[in-house]
Ligand binder design. Sequence first.
Ligand code: GUN
Ligand code: ZN
Length: 641
Amino acid sequence: MKTPALMPVIHPKKQKIDVKKFDTEIVITNAYLVYKDEELKEKALSEGIHKLINFDGPVMTDSGSFQLSVYGDVDISNKEVIEFQEAIKTDIGTSLDIPTAPYETIEKTKEDLKITLERAKEAVEYKEAKNMEMLLNSVVQGSTYPELRSYCADELSKLNADLYPIGAVVPLMENYKYRDLVDVVMSSVSHLPDSTPRHLMGAGHPMLFALAVAMGCDLFDSAAYILYAEDDRFLTTRGTYKLENLQEMPCSCKICNNYTPDDLRAMEKDERTKLIAEHNLNVSFAELRVVRQAIIDGDLMELVEERCRVHPMLLDACRQLDKYTDDLELYDPRIKKSAFFYTGPESLRRPEVTRHLNKLKNMDKKRDLVILPKSRKPYSKYINKSDFGDFYTYGSETDLDLDNTDFMVLDVPFCLIPLDIDEVYPLSQNESPKINDIDSIEFIENFISEFIEYYDQTLISSKIIDLLGIGLYNIHPDSDNVKFIKDDERKVKAIADYQFGNGVGEFIFEGNLKIEKSKNTGKIRHIYSDGTLIANMRASDSFFVLAKEGAKRLHRFKAFPENRVVVNKDSEPFAREGKSVFSKFVLDCDTNIRSKDEVLIVNEDDELLAFGKALLNHNEIMDFNTGQAIKTRKGFGNIVS
Ligand code: GUN
Ligand code: ZN
């Protein structure tokens, strides 16, 4: 099945909606309700759960824990419920975890957690002892204590469960405590294995899907579609509408096109409920399609920022993600298909921005810095002396030395964009409003006022001085002579440094360079050193794709295990032949690797076997036991003995 996915909740007795009409690939139902009803129980035991609920795809069952949290008690033991789920041929069963309510005392939370962990362990051991085929959920609990959530996730990770749901979040969602939901989910998922799906239990409101997926959730289940419908409420990505207030139908689904609010109000309750439930499912599945497309396009965070604007408490949740920028950065590819869109101050904390600012801080710097105003993109092409005005000086004023100067353009939200790398993603592939908000002005001011301390002197164009209220300045006596001189060699070296690390450009592009450009676009395409191809520049994002010699040089320059993926002996001949690398053959890899990075493939002796493009980040490559990790570009061939 495709993830992220929504599992409609099927009531084993009262179900009226046929969920097969929608994109449903998997459903969830409640094994405890089946167990408690003699008739259902008998049928489930003799014919199986799939027959009982009339669904032949994968079926997940819950264990009665939710009933436990609502009624305080259930009359089934952990072992019994596992055995029962296996007996009715559930595909994914759940142990009897204890959903500790949000804001419970820490003592009670710890007590509950102890039992939840014991039961999860008992379930996994029981499953293994009985050789059960059923997959197992181990639910993360720990109330609203992030450290207990993380502890629980760590302990459950040791069990090798098949899925990790995050439990007891329904009350948070019902009470709009989305900010606390972010802490609960992030403290859980950051301690769960990457290869195992995470299920946000009871999350069924489509306005939450984008946020939850951005945090790393793969599965949702929803009774919301029917519960809201029974209460005459419509789910939408903008929130919930009550039928009594509707003059217009809220979306463009089949139901909303075929009926008016008055039609629905005039109907019998049962018929109306069914139609609203169908609308609710239509909206929910449509939103998941939007989310999955956003993942493919690389603009999920834009979607999150958009969705979170529908309710102030959701905006708080989005802002709370700031706390987890480093976690999110790990899973954020450095290269994306879609441009970076600035949607508001929340965009300032996105991984793309943080990552660029860290690169700036760590790059090799010249003596002086010149800060120029924006022009048309690409800046390095359209930058024009007549737009500069005079230059004010910050720092100890000395003579201008153009060869010992970094040239950067002032930008929102990337603060400063070095002209040599201005075409690299996302420094050129981004859009922000021309009318700046106060947050972003303060943000760039703060960064730049710190950043210019790295330089002996900084020359700031008078055209942007108003934006950058930094100290008092003299006009630099060489103002008229400030000039950016384009230099392709310097440019390709700067891009290599930005992509692979400081010093790489000088090393891989040493020798007599020939830089070939596209006849149509004038963009750099191929770089040769002493007649040998070193690297190709990708037109869409201006990053390098190495050629064989480039990979060899990068390997020589960088110390093990930087930029490397280490494969085992079995996989070595395949890598050498240029075949893609599967995760299960990877022994080690650089923690700095993100999905879509160019990487070197080596053996345990650090012999270069091949090079290619990572399809996953470090954590994922190390954790996955199935699937491809690296799409190999070229292998260095097998040694003929
Ligand atoms: N459904 C909603 N929340 C929970 C939970 O915390 N545990 C289980 N087992 N099911 C749930
Ligand atoms: Zn609709």
